[in-house]
Design a protein around this ligand. Structure first.
Ligand SMILES: [Zn+2]
Length: 348
C-alpha cells in the first residue's frame, strides 16, 4: 500500500526537509551504557533495549530516519578494544534494531559508515584497508535492506570519496557529511566548497557537514557549501556553543576544568545549546537552503523536537512542548491566583 511514508530519501527531500537524529554515542554515554574514550557502541550487544529506546525517542521527537548505530562499530575500533570477533554481530544487530523501529514508525532506515581513523593521505595501503572496512559494513547494511547509507564525520575528503564509491557500488543513495575542525579546511586541505563539489560530482546524493562544530561556527561553512553544489545539503552540528575563537567542540576551553581546561568530551554540559538555539539554527540553515537536518554528538530528543517544530512540524513529542500559560507563578491563565502571580512578577 504505497503512500508518502514509503517514499525513499530522495523523494522525501524533493517534497521538503528531512530530519535524521544522530548523536547516539554521547547520549548513551550520559545514560551510563557506553564508555567515553574508545567510544565503541558495545551497547548494541550488551543492552540492545537501550538502543531501541533511544531510536524510538528520537523518532517520537521528529526524526524521519532511524540510523543504525554502527558509528565507530568498524574493524579498527573493534580491534582497538580487542573484540574483532564481535564486529559482524554488532553491525547486524545494530541494523536489525534500527530496522525494527523504522518499520514500526514508517521511518527511513539508514546504514552508517564513518571516519576510520586508519586513512592516511598518500598511503595506498591505508586507502585499501579503509575500502575493505567500508565494504564489509555496507554489505551488512545491504543485507538488512537499508533505504540509504550515511557516510559521516570524515575530516579527510579523500576518505569520504572512498566511502562514496563503496556506497555507489552497492547501488544505494548516499548522504556524505564532512567534519571540519578548527580550520575551515578538510585535513587534506580542501575548502568546504571544493570538497562538497567534488563529492557531488562523484555522485553523492546529499553532501554536508556533521559533528565537531556547533551551530554558530557551522553556519558560515554552510553558507559556502550550499551555492557550490547542486545536490541537497545536510547540516548536523553538535549542540554546543562553539564560537569563532574556539570553533570546534574539542577546542572549547573551560577555566573551571582541571589540567588542560578541555571540557571535551564528558564535561561539555555548561556549553550545551538550548533547544531555542537549535531552533534558531534550523531556521537560519533552512534559509540558506539546507534540506537535510540533524544534531550530532550531544543531541537529546528535546533538540530534535525543537528542530522539527522550527520546520513547522508537530511530532508526537510536541504533545508536551512547553506551555507556560498555566504556570502557577509565571502563567497567564485567568484562574491563576493573583497573590502567586504578584509574587512571581517580583521574586522569580
Ligand atoms: Zn558527532
Amino acid at each position: 500500500m504505497p503512500d508518502e511514508t514509503t517514499d525513499g530519501l530522495l523523494q522525501r527531500l524533493a517534497q521538503g526537509p528531512v530530519i535524521c537524529a544522530e548523536g547516539y554515542l554521547f547520549e548513551l554515554e550520559r545514560r551510563g551504557f557506553l564508555q567515553a574514550g574508545a567510544f565503541v557502541p558495545e551497547v548494541v550487544v550488551e543492552h540492545p533495549e537501550k538502543v531501541t529506546q533511544l531510536h524510538r525517542e528520537f523518532v517520537r521527537a521528529g526524526s524521519d530516519v532511524v540510523e543504525a548505530f554502527t558509528y565507530y562499530a568498524h574493524r579498527e575500533k573493534l580491534r582497538l578494544i580487542g573484540k574483532e570477533h564481535l564486529l559482524e554481530q554488532l553491525n547486524r544487530d545494530a541494523l536489525q534494531i534500527a530496522k525494527e523501529v523504522a518499520r514500526e514508525s514508517s521511518s527511513l532506515l539508514a546504514g552508517d559508515i564513518c571516519n576510520s581513523n586508519v586513512f592516511e593521505p598518500g598511503n595506498q595501503a591505508s586507502a585499501d584497508q579503509v575500502r575493505e572496512m567500508f565494504t564489509e559494513q555496507v554489505g551488512w547494511a545491504v543485507d538488512a535492506g537499508v533505504d540509504f547509507i550515511i557516510g559521516e564525520t570524515f575530516s579527510y575528503a579523500a576518505e569520504a570519496l572512498v566511502a562514496l564509491e563503496v556506497v555507489r557500488e552497492a547501488g544505494l543513495p548516499s548522504v556524505i557529511t564532512l567534519a571540519f575542525h578548527q580550520e575551515p579546511l578538510t585535513r587534506d586541505g580542501w575548502s568546504v566548497a571544493e570538497a562538497g563539489k567534488r563529492l557531488a560530482d562523484a555522485g553523492a546524493d546529499v553532501v554536508g557537514l556533521n559533528c565537531i562544530r556547533g551551530p554558530r561556527t557551522m553556519l558560515p561553512l554552510l553558507q559556502e557549501l550550499v551555492p557550490a553544489v547542486d545536490v541537497p545539503v545536510a547540516a548536523l552540528p553538535v549542540p554546543y556553543r562553539t564560537h569563532p575563537a574556539e570553533p570546534s567542540f574539542q577546542s572549547l576551553r573551560d577555566p573551571s576544568q582541571p589540567a588542560n581546561h578541555r571540557p571535551f568530551p564528558v564535561a561539555l554540559d555548561p556549553f550545551t545549546c538550548t533547544r531555542n538555539e537549535i531552533a534558531e539554527f534550523t531556521v537560519a540553515a533552512r534559509e540558506l537552503g539546507v534540506s537535510y537536518f540533524g544534531v550530532c554528538c550531544g543531541a537529546g530528543p528535546h533538540h530534535i523536537r525543537a528542530m522539527a517544530e522550527a520546520l513547522g512540524r508537530t511530532p508526537p513529542a510536541s504533545r508536551y512542548t512547553a506551555d507556560m500559560s498555566k504556570h502557577a507563578f509565571l502563567g497567564s491563565d485567568s484562574s491563576l491566583r493573583q497573590h502567586n502571580l504578584a509574587f512571581g512578577s517580583k521574586e522569580l
